[in-house]
Design a protein around this ligand. Structure first.
Ligand SMILES: [Cu+2]
Length: 179
C-alpha cells in the first residue's frame, strides 16, 4: 500500500507487477481514445469550425472593419450599424471592450469569409444558439469560410472573461433570405 514506506530502499528497481501493467495499458489506451475522439469530434460534433489564422495588427483590422461598415451599412439599431456586405466576399467583425461590432446581415446559403479579431484583449466568440465557440486574440485574425444555412437572428456573446463589462459584451449576426 502506498501509505506505507516501501520496504526496499531501491523501490523503483522492482519488476512491474501485473496490476501496474494493466493500469498503464488502460491509461495509455484511454489517452489514445481521447486523442482520436478530438479529431473525430471536429467533423462529427459540428461545433468548432476549421479555420485559418493570420497575424494582423489591431489598427489594420479596425480599418478594414470600418471600411466595410462605411460602404455597406443599411441601417442602425441602437446606434450600432447593421452591415450587409455582398455575398461571396469578406466580412469583418471585431471584438473590443465591450462589444462585438458591427451587426452583420448575411444571406442564407451564400458563402462568406468571416474575419474575426480583437482590438484589445482576449475575447470569446460564441454564436448562439448554434454553440460555435472560438477564442479571439489581438494580433491575430481568425478567418472562417461559412455558409449560413438557417434564417434567423444569432447572438454573439463573449465567453472569455474580459473585465467589468464582460457580461454586456454581445453582438449579432442576422441571416436573411437572399433578395
Ligand atoms: Cu470579451
Amino acid at each position: 500500500m502506498a501509505i506505507h514506506s516501501p520496504k526496499e530502499r531501491l523501490w523503483w528497481n522492482e519488476p512491474l507487477t501485473k496490476v501496474e501493467v494493466t493500469w498503464i495499458a488502460i491509461a495509455f489506451l484511454w489517452g489514445l481514445f481521447m486523442f482520436f475522439t478530438m479529431i473525430y469530434w471536429h467533423f462529427a460534433g459540428e461545433q468548432n469550425l476549421s479555420n485559418e489564422s493570420y497575424r494582423i495588427r489591431p489598427e489594420v483590422f479596425s480599418e478594414r472593419t470600418e471600411a466595410m461598415a462605411e460602404q455597406y451599412t443599411v441601417r442602425e439599431e441602437a446606434g450600432v450599424p447593421v452591415v450587409r456586405p455582398p455575398a461571396g466576399g469578406d466580412v469583418y467583425m471585431l471584438g473590443r471592450l465591450w462589444e462585438w461590432w458591427p451587426i452583420l446581415e448575411l444571406e442564407k446559403d451564400k458563402q462568406y469569409r468571416l474575419h474575426l479579431s480583437s482590438l484589445d484583449w482576449q475575447h470569446g466568440f460564441s454564436l448562439q444558439p448554434v454553440n460555435i465557440n472560438l477564442q479571439i486574440h489581438p494580433g491575430y485574425e481568425m478567418v472562417l469560410t461559412i455558409t449560413p444555412d438557417e434564417v434567423g437572428e444569432f447572438s454573439v456573446v463573449c465567453n472569455e472573461f474580459c473585465g467589468i463589462g464582460h457580461h454586456q459584451m454581445v453582438g449579432r449576426i442576422n441571416v436573411v433570405e437572399p433578395q
